[in-house]
Ligand binder design. Structure first.
Ligand code: SF4
Length: 351
């Protein structure tokens, strides 16, 4: 094993210089993926957890320059799901073996805290053995506490970039990296299993930015880490920027797996969008989660954060069966389970 990968696998860390050289070359890719896969197998075996994604609103009050559902995109066809429609998605998902539902949306003031709490507690009442993950942006600590009291288990909030100057280039002045980070710390304090992550290959991103992202994740120690390639959307100010690459994304999935052996790391839809076998390759590089879509097919084509998104036409059952086959072919197996994060402490007790 090359010294640099051995050090990363053994200590979970590298110097900035070592990270820059590992990220900057494809020389070690095969060995890096293999070592990361061994690390995931030592904690999670070949299990792959599935999350049923319910994209309940594509309205957003924000205007992130990279996002297809940003407020300023007048070409986006907007929709909102009712509580009843969301429950129906969850019921379908439950029948298909999903035990985690992810409520994802833009920052949409239409949904009051009361409405969100009713939706969360409604899902929990119907499916008590399921986890509910929320993912609809920045909220006050008070709101996060209300959702937690209603039964929410996890929250996904990507920091997107941990470098303040880079953050400014991707977001309008109304948003700040400090606010984003504060939300993540608040979520951790409340007790959520927290997910964060960043875009790979976003406009203006440098290797130093990526290292800052890795350092921030080491500090935050999230339960879930989602990274995906930046993919440009034709109706955004960033329409002319090139998308991120599969290679760099996979390399970073492996680095993250070796830094965070216990984390839940998805093989993202964005990865599957830029390469037909992107999600399978993500699993082989250390990922252990996939998040198929449970949103009604009638609205799926409108939740487009980026162009050419896959699986916008398939029924939920088709998605599930397609994924079963893909995951099995890659050498892993989907399990019917909530798929909570494992911890080093729990493993010691089990041993
Ligand atoms: S990235 Fe999120 S917060 Fe930003 S515009 Fe898109 S949905 Fe809204």
């Amino acid at each position: 094993m090359s010294g640099i990968i051995e050090k990363l696998a053994g200590t979970g860390d590298l110097t900035d210089g070592e990270l820059a050289s590992l990220i900057g070359t494809d020389e070690h890719d095969g060995e890096l993926y293999k070592t990361a896969d061994e690390a995931r197998r030592s904690v999670y075996g070949t299990d792959v957890y599935i999350r049923g994604l319910i994209e309940f609103t594509n309205y957003c009050k924000n205007n992130c320059y990279y996002c297809g559902i940003r407020r300023g995109n007048e070409k986006a066809s907007r929709y909102r799901l009712t509580a009843g429609q969301i429950f129906s998605c969850a019921d379908t998902g439950y029948e298909l073996g999903f035990r985690t539902f992810v409520l994802q949306g833009g920052e949409d003031p239409h949904y009051t805290d009361e409405m969100i709490c009713e939706i969360v507690s409604g899902i929990k009442r119907r499916h008590a053995d399921c986890a509910v993950t929320l993912s609809f942006g920045e909220k006050s600590e008070e709101s996060f506490r209300a959702y937690w009291s209603a039964g929410a288990d996890r929250y996904l909030l990507r920091h997107e970039t941990a470098d303040p100057a880079h953050y400014r280039m991707l977001h309008p002045a109304s948003m700040s990296l400090e606010d984003r980070k504060q939300c993540l710390w608040n979520l951790k304090k409340i007790g959520y299993q927290v997910g964060s992550g960043f875009m790979v290959g976003s406009p203006y991103q440098t290797v130093a930015n990526i290292i800052a992202d890795l350092r921030f994740l080491q500090e935050l120690r999230p339960a879930m880490i989602g990274i995906g390639p930046y993919i440009s959307h034709k109706d955004t100010p960033f329409r002319d920027f090139a998308s991120g690459t599969v290679e760099l994304t996979l390399r970073l999935v492996s680095v993250l797996r070796l830094m965070h052996p216990y984390a839940l790391i998805p093989a993202t839809t964005a990865l599957g969008t830029i390469a037909p076998d992107g999600r399978e390759r993500g699993l082989k590089a250390g990922a252990n989660v996939v998040m198929p879509n449970l949103s009604p097919t009638s609205v799926r084509k409108y939740y487009l954060l980026y162009d050419n998104k896959i699986c916008t036409g398939d029924e939920a059952a088709e998605c599930r069966h397609c994924l079963d086959a893909r995951v099995a072919l890659a050498g892993y197996g989907i399990v019917v389970a909530r798929g909570d994060v494992k911890t080093r402490e729990a493993k010691k007790v089990a041993v």
